[in-house]
Design a protein around this ligand. Structure first.
Ligand code: PBG
Length: 325
């Protein structure tokens, strides 16, 4: 039946009707907030390229976690930029490192908040790559995987609720699963950054996490932005290796990938709205070129509509506040 019988505008004529006809909803259960740890005490160092985001010492991180939990944020994901960097990322194997201490401090401050930890090597290596570098300059997959599993075990021992490997080495989910299981952490979930692209949108994050590669780029391990079928393969492998949730990252430029992943697997799909996606909105709204709140909510609605069950976003506390009103 066509016009004049069909008039889709009938269901758009008021807020009340739009509310009834709405297909995608944002709730405070949907968002995960990234926190950046640095050494020291009482440190709140603003990240210039990410207005509203600061690098935090462990004590401040616990306060911030408590604040955002109070706003209704369901989970946080921890990143850290240790002072000591070496070729093997030893700082991440320290049981008294930034992430283990922060997990304990957050759990003491607000026991009900879910705490994930990013597992990667780049912000603890002197070369800034996500794996071990061979003399040739190539990134060595299998030795990197061993270290990544040790890092995951270190965080699991500290009581983290989930480990989230973001390195994109082959086989790391299985290696982490096996090491965790052998050490009594069979209940610690793995949230895998399964389809992570070599993206220009990570720029601001590398300031926050102090993780820019000292030479070359990440294109030999992160995915080519042109590929979608390959994302399905990556996701499939990670699910087979034991990933409890899979992630697509970045989110906004990869909505088609989110949709296809959602249709392919039954585990929850997480999308990461990354630093560059956040900073673009922040920068344009600071100039009065865009309405920050409307733009942020629209992008997050689009990411959920594409099929993401959960979204990691720097807007998480703001959105939770907006959704209360
Ligand atoms: C570490 C990591 C990165 C991000 C999350 N984990 C950066 C990178 O791969 O270079 C990016 C997050 C963001 O931009 O918000 N491997």
């Amino acid at each position: 039946m066509a016009f004049p019988i069909s008039r889709p505008r009938r269901l758009r004529q008021s807020d009340a009707w739009r509310r009834l006809a709405r297909e995608t909803r944002l709730t405070r259960d949907d968002f995960i907030y990234p926190l950046f740890l640095v050494p020291g005490a009482r440190v709140r160092h603003p990240v210039e390229s990410m207005p509203g985001i600061s690098q935090l010492s462990v004590d401040e991180c616990a306060l911030e976690a408590k604040r955002v939990a109070g706003l209704g944020v369901a989970a946080v994901i921890l990143f850290s930029a240790p002072a000591q960097k070496d070729s093997r990322a030893s700082a991440f194997l320290d049981p008294n490192g930034l992430v283990p201490l922060a997990v304990k401090a957050i759990k003491a401050a607000c026991p009900s908040l879910v705490v994930w930890a990013d597992v990667c090597l780049c912000s603890a290596t002197d070369h800034g790559h996500c794996g071990h570098v061979l003399p040739s300059g190539a990134i060595d997959n299998d030795s990197s995987v061993e270290t990544l599993a040790q890092v995951a075990l270190n965080y699991a021992r500290a009581g983290v609720d989930a480990v989230a490997p973001s390195d994109m080495m082959d086989g790391r989910v299985l290696a982490i699963r096996q090491l965790l299981d052998r050490n009594g952490y069979a209940s610690t979930p793995i949230v895998s950054y399964a389809a992570k692209y070599a993206s220009a949108f990570y720029g601001p994050f590398r300031e926050a996490a102090d993780s820019a590669p000292a030479f070359g780029d990440r294109r030999s391990y992160q995915m080519d932005p042109a590929n979608a079928r390959e994302a399905l393969r990556e996701v499939q492998l990670d699910v087979e290796e034991g990933a409890d949730m899979v992630m697509v990252k970045p989110a906004g430029p990869y909505l088609d990938v989110i949709r296809r992943v959602r249709e392919r697997v039954d585990v929850p799909v997480v999308a990461y709205q990354v630093s560059g996606e956040y900073s673009l909105i922040k920068a344009a709204s600071a100039r009065g070129w865009i309405d920050e709140r409307a733009a942020a909510l629209e992008t997050l609605t689009g990411i959920r509509r594409a099929g993401a069950d959960l979204v990691i976003t720097y807007f998480a506390p703001d959105v939770c506040e907006w959704l209360r009103q």
